[in-house]
Unconditional design. Structure first.
Length: 392
């Protein structure tokens, strides 16, 4: 009897120890940085050993620029990223040096859920399992964190986010976050097609680390309690803040496009050679950008760039126009094919405006700004260089 009682007492001491042995799990979110690949922010999963206090950062944001054909894979959208487990202080050091703020959200998980997540991350971080196919919108550092938490909750996170939306799109979020770098947000805005203009659910919106952090604050755990148990600031943010949301207006672009078009129509017919000082770089830019859009659509895995309506405005046919303009530079009448190509380019630009009214047939793409800017210019150039005139 005493032996049985001793066993019960021993088990009573062991079980609380086992119950408290489950790790503590949190999500660490890093604010956007100043380098172009830091503009979207970053995050990682933190697993803290309750016995020792040691915290490990499971970071899905590593890539190897020295790997074979790195640049080619980057261009094609076939990037390979991998998960790395490292001490939290080591992970924080780079953000401390660059002045990026870091916040940590401790999650309220059941002990078995926390242990399951910690075990899964430890296995995933092994070199043979760490690599994954990276996608800017569908499989990045934030979506990997989101999916891991959802798996630990037994799929309870996704239903809370899937049916809700704030109306944001891949385009709006990309342009907003890239806005401090002009070349970067212009590239996103030109390069993203109709697939980037569908309103995202909160689940899809979590491709942005800061949006994921917002959603976690509102989510519930498996027992109906708030998923975020506590939130602490690990590092203060000492650089420019995350760009705010603001409405996009197309009318300033229209004003600019009309101003250029009016100037061309007013002076171009009398001074066609002078008009070419604007037209030649304009045609070359449109043609090169058009070829890039063709490449993204037809030869890469960047699905968000497919079926891009901007091809009607940035027409690869524009690359033929400088050849035809040689006659104008030599004070001769332009060739018939040159004038026909100008009409085709202008008609395609007009078609870009027309398809805005048929989203059910072509898919909706927010490119009103580019239509407002480029359509008047294409029409004006067609008017200037298709008129019959004889050079003096």
């Amino acid at each position: 009897m005493r032996f049985a009682k001793l066993i019960l007492i021993t088990l009573g001491l062991i079980f609380p120890i086992l119950a408290s042995a489950a790790p503590r799990v949190g999500v660490m979110t890093m604010a956007p940085g100043e380098i172009f690949f830091e503009r979207f922010g970053h995050n990682a999963i933190i697993v803290q050993d309750e016995a020792t206090g040691a915290a490990t950062s499971y970071n899905f944001g590593f890539f190897d620029p020295s790997e074979a054909n790195f640049v080619g894979n980057f261009a094609k959208g076939a990037m390979q990223y991998y998960l790395v487990a490292l001490p939290i202080e080591e992970d924080l050091s780079q953000y401390r040096e660059s002045g990026r703020g870091v916040r940590l959200q401790w999650l309220d998980l059941r002990p078995e859920q926390a242990q399951k997540l910690a075990d899964a991350l430890a296995v995933r971080a092994r070199p043979e399992n760490a690599r994954y196919h990276y996608d800017y919108f569908a499989a990045n550092c934030a979506t990997e964190v989101r999916d891991a938490i959802d798996a630990a909750l037994g799929g309870a996170l996704k239903p809370q986010l899937q049916g809700r939306s704030r109306g944001n799109t891949y385009r709006s979020e990309s342009v907003r976050l890239a806005s401090p770098a002009t070349w970067m947000w212009l590239g996103f805005d030109i390069g993203i097609g109709p697939a980037g203009d569908k309103p995202m659910s909160r689940w899809e919106e979590a491709f942005v680390p800061m949006r994921l952090a917002d959603s976690l604050r509102e989510a519930k755990n498996s027992d109906g309690r708030p998923l975020v148990q506590a939130e602490v600031e690990l590092l203060p943010h000492r650089i420019a803040p995350e760009p705010p949301e603001k409405p996009r207006r197309w009318w300033p672009w229209l004003v600019a496009g009309l101003a250029v078009a009016i100037a061309l129509v007013a002076f171009g017919p009398r001074h066609p050679r002078a008009a070419l000082f604007f037209a030649l770089p304009f045609w070359l830019s449109c043609g090169v950008l058009g070829l890039l859009l063709v490449y993204l659509w037809g030869f890469t895995e960047h699905w968000a760039a497919w079926r891009n309506h901007n091809l009607l405005l940035l027409n690869p046919l524009c690359l033929l126009l400088p050849i035809g303009a040689i006659a104008v530079l030599r004070r001769r009448n332009s060739a018939r094919w040159f004038r026909a190509a100008l009409v085709v380019v202008a008609a395609c630009a007009f078609l870009a405006w027309f398809v805005q009214w048929l989203p059910f047939a072509f898919g909706y793409q927010y490119n009103q700004t580019w239509i407002a800017l480029l359509l008047p210019v294409h029409l004006a150039l067609a008017y200037v260089f298709t008129r019959p005139y004889r050079m003096r």
